[in-house]
Ligand binder design. Structure first.
Ligand SMILES: *Cc1c(COP(=O)(O)O)cnc(C)c1O
Length: 421
């Protein structure tokens, strides 16, 4: 039996209808922007392996740092104990985050980082003896797959089987020039019940790379802050350079109370989550009353190997060449978008930093289950490019080390697809 056949006997894959799924492609090696299959086929990873990879695959520097850490300390309990990597990482990240971020809470992935943020907000008000239990989120939001994270995400095919069990959330439209005043009044009318507002700054990834203006987000954030509503910026996807700046919140003036990170945190090497918060939130949990403790933790909280991967990734991220690469990718995306604009198969193009989305004209409405999706997916796979359309929306968000030649090959192939499909 080959690997794909053995896989199908024992594995249940994420986001996959196993009844109709094609056999998975066995990947045996990764280097730079590319993944290599067992049969030798090379694939350009144009979506950074589900948006996590920022410096390329099997990066030798991250590998070296992890290997060193493995022989020193692999893991230690993180209640009552600490270790150098956890402290250094928190110090270095807090130094580059908005300056109101004061404390770091580690967890395992993006969804857990969100769970921690939600619990911090709800218990902040509980500890203060105030009945603020409502949460506001954007329509079509995606914040993860655990129950709390699903609850604050838009109701969709992903959540349908669980909708009756999810806690209630007030979903609001993305802000723009027309609705900003109405949104502000809506928040003001509910303010005494609202604990927090959670949002993906600038780009709603899973919704289909939906983008909205920093200016109106800023206005909404400032209004929430005025009304005492805590702000949770979900930077799980946008963090670490994706939007052109280190963090999407650098595009706005208002500082969030809580920030969540995961995808780029270890450069795409390991599962890891981080929730940061202000001193004020942290202080609301300080008490001689044990009931005011944040009772949350995971067995592998602040795993030293994950911390060393994150520290190594941060070293690379802070090298000037990384920002140059981010700017280079953004400029090339802009030039390409300019060229395909007006093509009869393109409905619209959107770009924020290194993220470029192209919406394919289908004649019908946009849908995650669009038949075009499978056609496009296989078209690009056959040409050695991993692009995973969200319905009829194709997006490119490559590791920052992608070469101009690789980018040009992706663009050329997309233009071919536009003419052929
Ligand atoms: C991916 C994602 C999450 C969930 O992260 P996981 O590590 O997959 O649990 C949360 N929020 C946003 C914005 C994401 O893109």
């Amino acid at each position: 039996m080959n690997l794909a056949e053995r896989d199908l006997k024992v594995i249940w894959h994420p986001y996959t209808q196993m009844k109709t799924a094609q056999p998975p492609i066995p990947i045996v090696r990764g280097k730079g922007t590319c993944l290599y299959a067992e049969d030798g086929t090379k694939y350009i990873d144009a979506i950074s392996s589900w948006w996590v990879n920022i410096h390329g695959h099997s990066h030798p520097y991250i590998a070296k740092k992890i290997a060193e850490q493995l022989t020193v300390l692999e893991h230690a309990i993180f209640a009552g104990f600490t270790h150098p990597g956890a402290v250094e990482l928190a110090e270095r990240l807090l130094a580059i985050l908005p300056n109101n971020q004061a404390k770091a809470f580690y967890s395992d992935n993006g969804s857990t980082a969100i769970e921690v943020a939600i619990k911090m907000c709800l218990q902040y008000w509980y500890n203060k003896g105030e009945q603020r239990t409502k949460i506001i989120a954007f329509k079509n939001a995606y914040h993860g797959d655990t129950f709390g994270a699903m609850s604050v995400s838009g109701r969709s095919a992903f959540t349908a089987a669980f909708d009756t069990l999810l806690f209630e959330v007030d979903f609001i439209d993305l802000p723009d020039a027309c609705n900003i005043d109405a949104l502000k009044s809506q928040i003001s009318s509910l303010k005494s019940q609202i604990s927090s507002f959670i949002f993906e700054p600038l780009v709603q990834g899973s919704a289909g790379m939906i983008m909205y203006e920093a200016k109106y987000l800023d206005e909404l954030m400032a209004h929430c802050q005025k009304e005492g509503v805590l702000l949770i910026a979900d930077e799980v996807f946008t963090g670490f350079g994706r939007t052109g700046k280190s963090f999407a919140c650098e595009h706005v003036q208002t500082q969030p109370d809580i920030m969540c990170f995961s995808k780029g945190l270890t450069g795409g090497t390991m599962a890891f989550g981080l929730t940061t918060c202000t001193q004020e939130i942290y202080d609301a949990f300080l008490s001689y009353d044990k009931m005011k403790t944040l009772f949350h933790g995971h067995s592998y909280t602040a795993n030293p190997i994950a911390c060393s991967a994150a520290l190594a990734s941060l070293d690379l991220f802070l090298e000037p060449s990384t920002q140059q690469n981010i700017d280079r990718i953004a400029a090339k995306h802009t030039a390409f978008a300019e060229k395909v604009k007006g093509h009869k198969s393109i409905k619209i193009t959107r770009q924020t930093g290194t993220i470029l989305a192209l919406e394919w004209e289908t004649g019908n409405n946009t849908s995650y289950f669009s038949a075009l999706r499978d056609k496009l997916y296989h078209y690009f796979l056959d040409k050695g490019i991993i692009l995973r359309p969200l319905g009829n929306i194709i997006y490119i968000l490559p590791p920052y080390c992608i070469t101009d030649t690789e980018l040009d090959y992706i663009y050329t192939t997309i233009r071919q697809a536009l003419d052929e499909i």
